[in-house]
Design a protein around this ligand. Structure first.
Ligand code: THU
Length: 161
């Protein structure tokens, strides 16, 4: 018997940062500012991530590339590794992500790569929280309430049992 399933993902598209709450606007600005700290001599693509915790504190990360290309790490995983290492008992609330190319802030929002989606998914499970994603481009902003919309049918610890 063949059963067909359809998965719906949802996200909001905003046309301006004015449509964000003040705290989310600040978080996105922190992500953009952090992107300028990236070490990205190989791609020239600088990404920043700012993760706000329930306590209100923010942890930031940028991509850090390496001459041995696979040894580089994305901004999102830098921020999450720092968060887990330094604030293991706080809970993540939202993560803002933005990238700079040679012309400045990208027009389109940058969506996290597959590895980062997997890591954000693990963090939602570890912390038992939903992490709102705020993906900022100069022409539009996406707001996604949970990584589940970006990683349906995800592999997780439940598959290991
Ligand atoms: N990168 C990130 O940091 N985050 C993303 O979501 C997409 C890609 C980095 C990896 C690499 O240093 C550069 O951007 C180009 O792929």
């Amino acid at each position: 018997m063949v059963t067909s399933h359809n998965i719906t993902i949802s996200y909001k598209e905003l046309s301006s940062t004015e449509e964000l709450s003040q705290e989310d606007r600040i978080l996105l600005k922190e992500a953009i500012d952090t992107a300028s700290n990236a070490y990205a001599p190989y791609s020239g693509f600088r990404v920043g991530a700012a993760l706000r915790m329930e306590s209100g504190k923010t942890v930031k990360g940028a991509n850090v590339e390496n001459a041995a290309f696979p040894s580089g790490i994305c901004a999102e995983r830098t921020a999450i590794s720092s968060f887990v290492s330094n604030f293991p008992n706080d809970k993540p609330d939202a993560i803002a992500i933005a990238a700079l190319n040679e012309n400045g802030l990208t027009d389109e929002p940058v969506t996290p790569c597959g590895n980062c989606r997997q890591v954000i998914a693990e963090e939602e499970l570890r912390s038992n929280s939903r992490i709102r994603l705020i993906l900022g481009g100069s022409k539009k902003i996406y707001v996604i309430e949970s990584i589940n919309s970006l990683l349906p049918l995800q592999f997780s610890k439940s598959n290991l049992r």
